[in-house]
Ligand binder design. Structure first.
Ligand code: GTP
Ligand code: MG
Length: 371
């Protein structure tokens, strides 16, 4: 049977929830604001206000969208590349590590094209792909999580062997733990004279990260971005941890992904780096992300080349949005051309109402402060 919460009913018929609860009480029903009541009861309450409740309580476009986001049948799932974020304290060598990994692990036919910076890129290790997110530090990570985008499968925590655990190291550990993302520690700069990897391992035990040699379950790999020592081992460990996670996706459905970063480009309009997380995004697809919607006009991969499709774990630059979406926004490709626009408009209206509420509160506060 059709159910509606007291809160939704109150919004639908424009009557205070408290009054509705009172009326329900008189009908012998003890209800709270979040309680679901059946259609007949709801209709009865509405009729007390001379309002006739329509039988089909229309769904919001947001609900239609989330209904389309059904779970995949396990038979449709295939392995997908792991998505890895590199975190760590300032100057511990995150960018240096990313740079050497990238420069040593693109295939010959791809190389030469690594000029594009799209905030994410893929490398190839013994025929297996790994996606790296080049997010600018923890803030982006936190922001994305706060907005519901869980994009990272594995975090590589970079700790400089000559500096040890520092404030942002601890922050990174906390973020990864909160997001339940497995951590692989890369103890970097082991080429330096003052390097002391053992000391780093010791310090990390205080934060619950105990290396396997010491009976723990955290993978720790001593590396050097300068001599490239340990890098192959690090990448192998990434693949190993990924394998245990059984990362899977269904390439044969409409795409769902996350906005990694976005900007307004003078010549090209709104441009967003999208990480496809499920399904396949195609040129021509109707899309919505936050309050931005549109149609994929063109896509560029991490090497700056035009592509027609992007499957699970593939990062692409997407052109064709109506406005600049925000990092962390979830992207959906939808079958129905109108739906993307409707969802975006509904969200914008909601934002407006939210802003109006804040503004009216502010002006009331101001009013009172002046009395
Ligand atoms: P932020 O982006 O500022 O947080 O720094 P980062 O973590 O990206 O560090 P970055 O890669 O910029 O490296 C900082 C400094 O450490 C640079 O001068 C690098 O050359 C140096 N460095 C990085 N890795 C190594 C290494 O393995 N060995 C040595 N000796 N120096 C390194
Ligand atoms: Mg850096």
């Amino acid at each position: 049977t059709e159910m509606v919460s007291v809160k939704d009913l109150s919004e639908k018929i424009g009557k205070p929830a408290a009054e509705i609860i009172k009326k329900l009480f008189l009908l012998g029903i003890l209800a709270t604001i979040n309680q679901e009541i059946d259609f007949d009861t709801a209709a009865l309450v509405a009729s007390e206000y001379d309002i006739e409740l329509e039988h089909k309580m229309d769904k919001t476009f947001e609900e239609v969208l989330s209904d389309e986001d059904h779970e995949d049948d396990s038979k449709d799932l295939e392995n997908r590349p792991p998505v890895v974020t590199i975190m760590g304290h300032v100057d511990h060598g995150k960018t240096s590590l990313l740079d050497v990994i990238r420069s040593t692990h693109v295939t010959d036919q791809e190389s030469g094209g690594i000029t594009q910076h799209i905030g994410a890129y893929m490398v190839n290790v013994h025929g297996q792909a790994i996606t790296f997110l080049d997010t600018p530090g923890h803030e982006a990570f936190t922001a994305m999580r706060a907005r519901g985008a869980q994009v990272t499968d594995i975090a590589i925590l970079v700790v400089a062997a000559d500096d040890g655990v520092m404030p942002q190291t601890i922050e990174a550990i906390n973020h990864s733990k909160a997001a339940e993302v497995p951590i692989i520690v890369a103890i970097n700069k082991i080429d330096k004279p003052g390097a002391n990897p053992e000391k780093v391992m010791q310090e990390l035990t205080e934060y619950g990260l105990v290396c396997e040699d010491w009976g723990g379950d955290t993978v720790m790999v001593p590396v050097s971005a300068h001599t490239k020592e340990g890098l192959d081992k690090l990448l192998e460990m990434v693949l190993l941890v990924a394998e245990m996670q059984e990362l899977r996706a269904n390439a044969n459905r409409m795409a769902k992904g996350s906005i990694i970063e976005a900007k307004l480009d003078k010549g090209r309009g709104p441009v967003a780096t999208v990480l496809v997380q499920n399904g396949t995004l195609k040129v021509g697809d109707t899309i919505v992300a936050g309050t931005a919607y549109g149609r994929v006009r063109a896509m560029l991969n991490d090497k700056g080349r035009r592509v027609d499709e992007a499957g699970p774990s593939v990062p692409v630059e997407v052109l064709g949005f109506s406005e600049v979406p925000e990092a962390g926004d979830v992207l959906y490709a939808v079958e129905d051309d109108k739906l993307s626009r409707q969802v975006a408009e509904e969200r914008r209206n909601k934002q407006k109402i939210q802003q109006m509420k804040v503004m009216s509160k502010v002006s009331l506060d101001e009013l009172f402060s002046q009395i």
